[in-house]
Write a protein that binds this ligand. Sequence first.
Ligand code: APR
Ligand code: PHB
Length: 389
Amino acid sequence: MKTDVAIIGAGPAGLLLGHLLRQAGIDTCILERQSAAHVLSRIRAGVLETVTTDLLERLDLAERLWDEALLHDGINLTDGDRIVRIDLKGLTGRPIVVYGQTEVTRDLIDAATDRGLEIVWEAADVALHDVESDRPHVTFRNGGLEQRLDARYIAGCDGYYGPSKQSIPASIASTFELVYPFGWLGLLADVPPCDEEVIYANHERGFALASMRSRTRSRYYIQVPIDTDIDEWPDDRFWDELEMRFGKSIAKRITRGPSIEKSIAPLRSFVFEPLRHGSLLLAGDAAHIVPPTGAKGLNLAASDVAYLADALTAALRANDTSGLDGYSDRALARVWKAERFSWYLTNLLHRFPTAGAFERRMQLAEFDYIAGSTAAQTAIAENYVGLPL
Ligand code: APR
Ligand code: PHB
């Protein structure tokens, strides 16, 4: 098999990149370890920056998004007593768009065949070869057969656990990681959300988040210790804890119902540098992870891919490699600012087991400062809606 760009991974990064390259008339093939059904079964975050919705519009794949998405002009922070609304639209001129990552993935997969975007599902044992040359290739097994895909470039969109970054020599790679001492226990239920907008809570008992997928489907999270066994959290216990953390005025608006999905996600901040080595480019979770507090994971994958698609197109169509030469620095500049914001919100809103009374007072003072400062609220708003590309 031969293509211009071999993409490893059919998550949001790989799918968005594949569609953008096809739109530019570039030949590409995505190799995905899992089945389409498995990829579509993943429940992930649901807040899109306009950077991401702009890409879907550029691909003319935003019809269902605009039919079904919820536009939010603000987010809310509460300490169990006060509710501080961050007026995103008023402070930045932009909303956020609530539309599940699963739905984005579904729209991109559904359009693949019509757009000539080849996806090899259940490609096993993907291995990268000769990435330092200008004739790299990928080997994999599919349908019991050993396969080889020759390409001019390889895009590693294979997530945190994928093989791509392992192909970059440790002698030139740098990794930066912070693992948080807690996780998020998330619950999905077909009940109406407790509010029109997303609410982040920092309570004495810990963090909680009220979000949604639609006006009839809610998504809630509570901070739990890192080694929590999910079997210790039957639905009733989850609802009881959630109501305690949001305080009475919000709790009375929470509608309970049976969970249709419940899972625990660890929280980590991670960056791998550089994002390019020879003919190999990294994008999305393959290169960086953020704690979900700032809802940046999918949106960072989208911004990496926005830069990378233009760089690959210029290289392959106009023999201009300046975009590729500058890709790593340019994408990392935005990644690190999103890492900072996600780390900042996580520190503001969670109860750290090792934190003492002073650290708790710092959180309360920060919250109090935000409540009274338009400048502080603007700083949160412009990072939350997404810094410009
Ligand atoms: N071979 C082929 N495919 C692989 C391999 C492999 N060895 N390893 C991983 N993959 C696939 C995974 O199955 C997954 O479908 O790569 C894809 C990576 O997708 P994501 O992990 O979703 O990462 P990305 O596309 O960068 O999107 C980031 O997804 O997980 C969320 O929170 C994350 O919102 C963020 C977004
Ligand atoms: C979600 O709706 O899943 C969600 C919303 C906001 C976040 C994280 C997750 O910060």
